[in-house]
Design a protein around this ligand. Structure first.
Ligand SMILES: C[S@@+](CC[C@H](N)C(=O)[O-])C[C@H]1O[C@@H](n2cnc3c(N)ncnc32)[C@H](O)[C@@H]1O
Length: 419
């Protein structure tokens, strides 16, 4: 992939851009194989799943900078004396054309609704399209500057998600509710410009902190969820819920999970860290009880909505999805009482980068009724640590799924069996 921002040293998000794509994938396979080397004797690796090398991201996280009349959507340059200047990344090659095409109208809306870009004496975090983190010292300094009242403007970020059907969810992250009335007034103009706009919200993030978004989400459009249709299963994505970044590879991930789950054919299955229900719904089958658990109540509400629509869609849908349930809660804690007496036959886990941790690993290890675990990990280092804490389980099959070309990140799915 060629990128003029990378060549000019303006953006460093795609750390592997100069490495040929097949080599990137090979390196990822080697990386995870080395971490799982203790299990090499029992483990069969399937060929890696790859998708498009560019234009694969379904979500753009844009810092808004510049001025209200000339807003800049992208990242902030933090280097040198010009630190804090906006870099326009609306043509970033990781975004599909349908996502890129929305940016001009969104920028024009910023001007129309007079959404002044937020600035502080010390520039806020440079959000890269791949990951964001702000070093602690800079964050603390910036927080102090903001406290002194050195900030100006309202609009911090634009978060834009593209569905497989080409619809959009747009979230405006604001410092306060001050511009919301103006946004409502000008929204019909934006909807006319972007007829594919399904969901629009204002997210209120008053703190100057490395946190991308706040708790308060104000719906501005009638529709509140973006339908993400994968292999005939529609997942409803609500504003504050997680969705896998690469829709094409996510579909392959859920297909692989379904294949392995169906081969085991458990009567009862848990999907821990279920988000909006991707694994749970793809792995549903007639006569199978499936329970998804997730910390975000919003994601759980969306998962129920998807499940109910599938059940109502046809008698086959009712038979396949009727046994699916969702519950909001801490996956590491809800496991305790339930696993004590009523172990499911199989458990899927898909935790954040920190992994499932010592408590849940121990619980799974001692829940003797659980014969299989399917672990979907975006961080092979914590995966290896968690597996070491579950010595009764033997990894049988694994597969790398490259959700994040041009970076060192990847997803790996591992099927474990109790020995
Ligand atoms: C990597 S995402 C996976 C989501 C989902 N499995 C999917 O395929 O889209 C991790 C999810 O875990 C949730 N989460 C984080 N900590 C949790 C916890 N302690 N208990 C339950 N869910 C948690 C997050 O809200 C997020 O939805």
């Amino acid at each position: 992939m060629q990128c003029h921002h990378f060549d000019a040293g303006r953006c460093h998000s795609c750390t592997l851009l100069e490495i040929a794509y097949p080599t990137q994938v090979l390196d990822k396979e080697r990386h995870v194989a080395a971490l799982l080397a203790p299990f090499a004797g029992t483990l069969t690796w399937l060929p890696p799943v790859t998708g498009a090398e560019s234009a694969f991201r379904n979500k753009a996280k844009m810092v808004v900078s510049g001025t209200v009349d000339e807003p800049v959507l992208g990242i902030l340059d933090r280097e040198g004396p010009t630190g804090g200047h906006g870099i326009d990344l609306t043509d970033c090659g990781l975004y599909p054309p349908a996502l890129q095409a929305a940016f001009p109208a969104l920028a024009a809306f910023v001007t129309r609704a007079r959404l002044e870009p937020y600035t502080v004496a010390e520039p806020p975090a440079a959000m890269s399209p791949v990951a964001s983190a702000e070093p602690g010292r800079r964050a603390a300094k910036a927080a102090r500057a903001a406290k002194r009242g050195a900030h100006r403007g309202e609009l911090k970020y634009l978060l834009v998600t593209l569905s497989p059907d080409g619809e959009l969810m747009v979230r405006f992250v604001l410092r306060s509710q001050e511009p919301v009335a103006r946004m409502r007034k000008h929204l019909p103009w934006l909807q006319a410009e972007l007829p594919q706009l399904a969901v629009v919200t204002a997210n209120i993030q008053p703190a100057h902190a490395a946190v991308l978004e706040g708790d308060l989400e104000i719906p501005l459009s009638e529709r509140t969820a973006l339908p993400m249709r994968l292999d005939g299963i529609t997942l409803n994505l609500r504003p504050q819920s997680f969705f896998q970044t690469n829709t094409e590879v996510a579909a392959a991930l859920y297909r692989q999970a379904r294949e392995w789950v169906d081969a085991v054919d458990p009567a009862s299955l848990w999907d821990l860290y279920c988000g909006v229900g991707g694994f749970a719904l793809h792995c549903a089958a007639p006569g199978r009880s499936v329970t998804g658990v997730e910390i975000s109540a919003e994601a759980i509400a969306a998962a129920w909505e998807s499940r109910d629509a599938l059940v109502a869609s046809s008698p086959e849908g009712a038979a396949r999805f009727g046994g699916v349930r969702f519950a909001a809660g801490d996956a590491t804690a809800v496991g305790a009482p339930a696993l004590a007496g009523h172990d499911p036959d199989m458990v899927i886990v898909n935790p954040p980068r920190r992994g499932i941790g010592a408590d849940l690993s121990r619980r799974l290890e001692h829940a003797t009724g659980v014969r299989h675990v399917l672990y979907s990990s975006c961080n092979a280092t914590t995966l290896a640590k968690d597996l070491a804490a579950m010595p009764s389980f033997v990894p049988r099959q694994a597969r790398v799924l490259d959700m994040f070309p041009q970076t060192s990140h990847y997803e790996v799915l591992v099927l474990l069996e109790r020995a």
